[in-house]
Design a protein around this ligand. Structure first.
Ligand code: MLT
Ligand code: MN
Length: 310
């Protein structure tokens, strides 16, 4: 199974268009150690020919152009694509807007929870994906689902499971208190298994906490790609970017006693990779003490174009 990180940044990318904070401005000025990143997405294939996208970011067009595996087959018909399916882990702008780039009448399948499908179904702009050609398939939670699209069996199955998190920002309902109306299925993690080899990995780009059920699920995993949004809960506040904490946004931090690095310490996961990294996260600086701390804890900070073979 091949895994490609198409985009390693969180919403906004790195640099973010309107951000003049020290991290984004360093990336914009191409200072050494500050590699630019597009928004959160992976591509996965069991045969190197047919691919599924895990999330579809607003930067998808650029990501496809930079990834030869996702180009049309030069020997194929005048219009073709190796992208046969997309699986969505939440309704965030950074994870769904790329679907719009996949218009032009190409058949494929979109898999998502009932909650995220309802959001897409409620917004008619997604109907640019011709419903006769683009199937919308509900991923039942805790049920392995074989992936296919455009008549092709991808040789992969995914199991979707609810994780602690928050409903997408634009769907928050302030009248519902601290949960903002979040329901099961608003934020899911995925276990992706290659049906031929039995190898599997977890992809959890948004997660508010590693609770007991999640820890049990991840114990002993070969590979986990996990929410790396923030290094510290209040970093966006302390950098003067905006008044929100990670906790308020539904994202666990990397550091601290309640952070992901500590939570994974006892989980015996062989390869731990951070994805969905926010432009405020000092670990995006290759030469930062935060990056060193992550790496000494056995984690890898992903980058656009990173390839993993399982
Ligand atoms: C998130 O991951 O919290 C969202 O992508 C934030 C946003 O919608 O900008
Ligand atoms: Mn996001």
């Amino acid at each position: 199974m091949l895994i490609k990180v198409l985009g390693s940044a969180a919403g906004g990318g790195f640099p973010q268009w309107n951000c003049n904070g020290r991290m984004s401005s360093s990336a914009r000025l191409r200072k050494p150690g500050f590699r630019a990143r597009t928004q959160s997405s992976l591509a996965v294939s069991s045969n190197g020919r047919d691919w599924v996208l895990l999330n579809a970011s607003p930067d998808l067009r650029q990501q496809i152009n930079e990834t030869a595996e996702l180009w049309p087959d030069a020997e194929g018909p005048s219009r073709n694509s190796p992208i046969k399916a997309a699986v969505l882990t939440n309704g965030d702008v950074d994870h769904v807007i790329g679907l719009i780039n996949l218009r032009e009448g190409q058949p494929f399948s979109v898999f998502a929870s009932d909650r995220v499908l309802a959001t897409i179904n409620a917004n008619s702009i997604f109907d640019v994906l011709n419903p006769e050609k683009v199937d919308r398939i509900e991923l039942a939670l805790d049920t392995p689902t074989p992936l296919s699209g455009a008549g092709v069996d991808l040789g992969l199955k995914v199991e979707a499971f609810d994780v602690p998190g928050k409903v997408a920002l634009y769907l928050e309902d302030a009248s519902k208190g601290d949960s903002f109306g979040t329901e099961k299925g608003d934020t899911i993690g995925l276990k992706v298994t290659d049906q031929a080899t039995g190898k599997s990995f977890f992809y959890i780009p948004g997660c508010a906490a590693v609770d007991g059920p999640l820890a049990t699920r991840l114990k002993g995993a070969e590979l986990v790609l996990f929410d790396g949004t923030l290094y510290t809960d209040d970093e966006m506040v302390s950098q003067g970017l905006m008044p929100k904490t990670g906790h308020r946004m539904g994202h666990i931090s990397m550091s601290g006693p309640d952070g992901s690095i500590a939570a994974f310490d006892s989980l015996d996961v062989a390869r731990k990779v951070f994805v969905h990294i926010n432009n405020s996260n000092p670990a995006l600086n290759d030469n930062s003490p935060e990056r060193k701390a992550i790496e000494s804890a056995g984690w890898v900070v992903s980058y656009d174009g990173m390839e993993i073979s399982l």
